[in-house]
Design a protein. Structure first.
Length: 282
């Protein structure tokens, strides 16, 4: 990229990001948000990725790292816009997944280029997490990995020099676990992956939606009649395909659940939704 091309690249990047930033609010038009997403994705695929590939081939690590930063920023912008669109679309679960993806992309951008401005964005997303969404209950799985592979050289992680989390040739090194056995899943406060969440809780016999707090009923709910304890329907593994039911009768889970604010409701003795009065120590 010569000086003129670099200037043009920066100009396009700045204008796309500032236009998108202006659309990152709930009342903004979904149509405009969709157009902004398309423009960002086009720029990412046609400009950023091409430049990154060229810089890597030329052995320009610093340049490739800069492109990784741009790539992460564009992804974060796309995910945040998609989150607002899904919130308007009332698909709260998808909106949550986009929020988590946006947070990961912003962390990637910070990792590629530590910068205070991006730090502000991370704070904004954290505020959205706590102010726009209700408190979530997270899950973490215990597994035995049969294979641990490096995403950069695709060999066993123990036998290569790459370190997960570090940047090589414009890419983050990631630890891949292609095959594993799952042993257990736990309710946790600080999960590895915030996409692993409870979707519905058993609330005195009713299954309530974790986002809307509406009572939901379906065939799967009926299957559980007569089971003991509270049931949580949750996504417990990344990839969001597996949904299991988790029984809060397990005392370890109950203890953690109690620490979550929303679960104060589970301790209520009626369905009125009233919260118990705090004691003097609280
Ligand atoms: Zn490697």
């Amino acid at each position: 990229m010569d000086e003129k091309q670099e200037l043009q690249f920066r100009k396009t990047f700045d204008s796309l990001v500032s236009e998108a930033w202006n659309l990152c609010f709930l009342p903004r038009s979904s149509q405009l948000q969709q157009l902004a997403i398309k423009a960002l994705e086009k720029f990412r695929d046609e400009e950023v990725l091409t430049a990154k590939k060229r810089l890597c081939a030329a052995g320009n690590d610093a340049g490739a790292r800069t492109m990784l930063y741009h790539h992460s920023i564009v992804d974060a912008m796309v995910f945040e816009l998609a989150m607002w669109m899904e919130l308007n679309n009332q698909d709260h679960e998808r909106a949550w997944r986009y929020l988590v993806a946006a947070q990961a992309a912003v962390r990637g951008a910070l990792n590629a280029r530590p910068q205070s401005k991006v730090n502000m964005w991370a704070k904004k997303l954290r505020q959205i997490e706590t102010c726009v969404f209700p408190p979530m209950l997270f899950f973490s799985i215990g597994i035995t990995a049969h294979e641990r592979t490096c995403s950069i050289c695709e060999t066993a992680i123990e036998s290569c020099d790459h370190v997960p989390g570090r940047i090589y040739g414009g890419e983050f090194c990631r630890l891949l676990i292609p095959t594993s056995t799952q042993h257990e899943c736990s309710v946790v406060l600080n999960p590895e992956n915030k996409a692993c969440i409870a979707l519905r809780y058993d609330f005195f016999g009713d299954l309530v939606n974790a986002f809307t707090w509406e009572v939901t009923e379906d065939e799967r709910a009926k299957d559980d009649e007569g089971s003991d304890g509270h049931i949580i329907e949750a996504i417990v593994t990344p990839g969001l395909l597996q949904r299991v039911r988790y029984n809060i009768a397990d005392p370890r889970a109950r203890d953690i659940v109690k620490k979550q604010h929303f679960c104060v409701s589970l301790a209520l003795d009626d369905k009125s939704g009233r919260l118990p009065l705090p004691t003097q120590n609280e």
